[in-house]
Design a protein around this ligand. Structure first.
Ligand SMILES: *Cc1c(COP(=O)(O)O)cnc(C)c1O
Length: 411
């Protein structure tokens, strides 16, 4: 049974979802949801794998994956089974108690990050919260030191994470920022000037996802590791978007032969169930003492059971390898379209930025949506793709046809 027939209601006959009813959600959304997000593109109803259907029954190929979250696609049986089984057993217990799924997931994260025996895991509910924990870790390392972050980087929307985010347009309306953060250009020369004996931590994304899938210059991460170690500063890597196999290995830093002092994860870790974590390495694991940080929901049995199931499936199906292979095929297919609007592609694995020759990314995304393809305009001239890690030949072929048509529409 496909997702469409599974969710088709018996009262939906020939004229299911008549226009007035299907459009009324826009008014209801506008009347009741906070004005902090742009108007929604459509109202989605159900999904299966890399496909989703909206309330009008229109089908889309989903190459955004909930912004790099739906690692297994929609309604994967492993995800559905884990939610149902654990919800029926034990969902939430508070931090006064341990649960087996929580301990198991912490052990799993230590293993795949390479943090090893000395590693420790702090669980939270989102990427921004993982970065808040990282901010507090940096303060514990060198309390009145400076935290160095990169221009254009994105680390989240809460006040600590926003202070790390190198985007004045996002910070301006909420100033004053939490003090103690400086932003530098992503060049090795700027890095060498910035990291000193006063630096508490260097915080970076190995590929700047929100900024348009921008990789760091060659050798940057390696030099960052040397300099932070030399000056007693923490190297904190934000792999919230790049992690969980998306770039072809569990974590992007693993392709540079380094280990950080802490890595922030969220997005793909539980395939759509809210969950985040900060994994520390070596001596950074001793910086927090009992009572210094926590959260009511953090690491509850339901979220961590789903995390175990999703990470278990990523490992079983070797989805990091699939991401590497399918990412290369996808980029070759995009470049093979030969559109004058496409300058080239960037990124790693299944985190792909399509650089356009003109600032028409929004027009391309809108044309794609009209044709039943979900992509994202990361900035004026970059389309971002972050499909499920499970995609294969059929999805890539369909994507290429739809994207090619959307590029023509937008030209
Ligand atoms: C999405 C993202 C965040 C914030 O995560 P939320 O779950 O939205 O709070 C932080 N850093 C990076 C690199 C991200 O992609």
């Amino acid at each position: 049974m496909n997702a469409e027939s599974r969710w088709l209601r018996s009262d939906e006959g020939a004229s299911r979802n008549p226009a007035p009813e299907s459009e009324s959600w826009r008014d209801r959304f506008a009347a009741s949801l906070m004005k902090s997000t742009p108007a929604p593109l459509t109202q989605l109803d159900h999904g299966l794998g890399a496909e989703v259907w909206d309330v009008d029954g229109k089908r889309y190929l989903d190459f955004l994956g909930g912004i790099a979250v739906n690692a297994l696609g929609h309604a994967h049986p492993v995800f559905v089974g884990a939610v149902a089984t654990q919800a029926a057993k034990l969902a939430h217990i508070s931090n006064y108690f341990a649960s087996a799924p929580q301990v198991e997931l912490a052990e799993r994260l230590k293993r795949v990050t390479g943090a090893g025996d000395a590693g420790r895991v702090y669980f939270c509910n989102s990427g921004a919260e993982a970065m808040e924990a990282a901010f507090k870790l940096a303060r514990r390392n060198r309390q009145h030191g400076t935290i160095v972050a990169l221009h254009q980087a994105f680390h989240g929307r809460t006040m600590g994470a926003l202070a790390l985010t190198g985007k004045p347009a996002l910070q301006g309306p909420f100033e004053p920022m939490v003090p103690g953060v400086v932003h530098i250009d992503s060049t090795i020369a700027a890095l060498e000037r910035a990291i000193t004996g006063q630096t508490a931590a260097l915080v970076l994304e190995p590929i700047k996802g929100e900024a348009g899938v921008l990789p760091l210059p060659a050798g940057f991460l390696e030099r960052a590791r040397e300099l932070t170690a030399q000056h007693g500063a923490l190297l904190i890597v934000d792999e919230i978007q790049t992690g969980m196999g998306r770039t072809g290995t569990w974590f992007e830093y693993q392709q540079h032969g380094i280990l950080p002092d802490a890595v922030a994860v969220a997005k793909g870790i539980a395939g759509g169930f809210p969950l985040g974590a900060l994994v520390t390495f070596g001596a950074a694991s001793d910086l927090f003492t009992a009572g210094q940080h926590g959260s009511t929901y953090a690491g509850n049995p339901l979220a961590t059971a789903v995390g175990n199931a999703v990470m278990g499936e990523i490992e079983r199906a070797d989805l990091p390898a699939n991401a590497a292979r399918r990412g290369a095929e996808l980029r070759a297919a995009i470049e093979g379209i030969g559109s004058p609007l496409v300058e080239g592609t960037r990124g790693a694995g299944l985190l792909v930025g399509v650089a356009l020759t003109a600032p028409v990314a929004q027009r391309v995304a809108t044309a794609a949506l009209a044709r039943g393809l979900i992509v994202n305009a990361a900035n004026d001239s970059t389309i971002r793709l972050a499909p499920p890690l499970t995609i294969g030949d059929a999805e890539i072929a369909e994507f290429t046809a739809l994207f090619s048509a959307a590029l023509k529409d937008a030209a």
